[in-house]
Design a protein around this ligand. Structure first.
Ligand code: NAP
Length: 259
């Protein structure tokens, strides 16, 4: 299916690795010029080159922390009028809420709530004027089924989700949509980075840790970031103009509820 977005421009945040990278690659394969942002210049430049080689679209790399005013300004300077905005940032660390102070909460809210809100604020009116806009916020399955040790993520991302539900409908008449994509467990560094420590603490192998988690998922595997990227590209397509304010869960069937 041709997604009807060839020649459009996308700003994809936190995109040198993992889910953000997969979204950038899937959009680029549809002929979208992408501006990708991450903090570490080396891997970002490698990813930019990989996307360029695979797709021949224009790829601009911005090494910046998207959770800061200066980082967002740099991203918007490189891509001032995006047709597509993919909001993403690193997730907060796990822990016990007794140990989190105000600074921990502000950091999580900055990264996983306010950054998306400020980027939408900076770009949505231009999308309305051009009568095309697609915003996809990468959140988490934890918004639907909270994970106790990820309290910072549960809280900050739920705040964003409530905010999006409130504004998404305002823009639908202008062909501007805002949706959230909720990843379950995907095979990225974010997921697998903790396996060695867990394995060591329990005296089991890394494979055993991974296998136990996979058994909890009806699909019996972790998601492939490519699957996530393709879902993102669909939500950004011309055909998806009638889909807005939705929370699209991609979790291999892990969430057990009817809705
Ligand atoms: P990942 O593989 O660790 O990749 C994270 C990417 O974001 C990297 O490119 C990283 O590059 C960039 N990044 C992180 N913080 C940034 C910042 N402040 N400014 C700019 N770029 C930043 O992670 P992932 O698995 O793709 O996860 C993406 C998001 O989905 C996270 O919020 C995560 O919590 C959430 N999530 C993931 C899963 C999963 O199973 N993978 C499940 C639920 C939710 P630099 O470090 O160089 O900046």
């Amino acid at each position: 299916m041709d997604l009807g977005i060839r020649g459009r421009k996308a700003l994809v945040c936190a995109a040198s690795k993992g889910l953000g990278k997969a979204c950038a690659m899937s959009l680029a394969r549809e002929g979208v010029a992408v501006t990708i942002v991450a903090r570490t210049a080396g891997p970002l430049a490698e990813t930019a080159e990989e996307i360029r080689k695979a797709t021949e679209v224009k790829v601009t790399a911005v090494a910046a922390d998207i959770t800061t005013d200066a980082g967002r300004a740099a991203a918007l300077e490189a891509c001032p009028a995006p047709d597509i905005l993919v909001n993403n940032a690193g997730g907060p660390p796990p822990g016990d809420f007794h140990n989190w102070d105000r600074d921990d909460w502000i950091k999580a809210i900055d990264a996983n709530m306010l950054t998306s809100i400020f980027l939408i604020k900076a770009t949505v009116d231009g999308m309305v004027e051009r009568r095309f806009g697609r915003v996809v916020n990468i959140t988490s399955s934890a918004v639907k089924a909270p994970i106790d040790v990820l309290g910072l993520s549960n809280g900050a991302r739920s705040g964003l989700t409530g905010f999006i539900a409130g504004i998404a409908r305002n823009f639908a008449q202008h062909n501007v949509t805002i949706n959230n994509l909720l990843p379950g467990r995907f095979a990225t560094d974010r997921l697998t980075a903790n396996f060695p420590a867990t394995a060591k603490a329990r005296g089991v192998s890394v494979e055993q840790v991974a296998d136990e988690l996979k058994r909890q998922i009806p699909a019996r595997r972790f998601g492939d970031p490519h699957e996530f990227g393709e879902a993102c590209a669909y939500l950004c397509s011309a055909q998806a103009g009638y889909v807005t304010g939705q929370n699209f869960l991609i979790d291999g069937g892990a969430y057990p509820g009817t809705f």
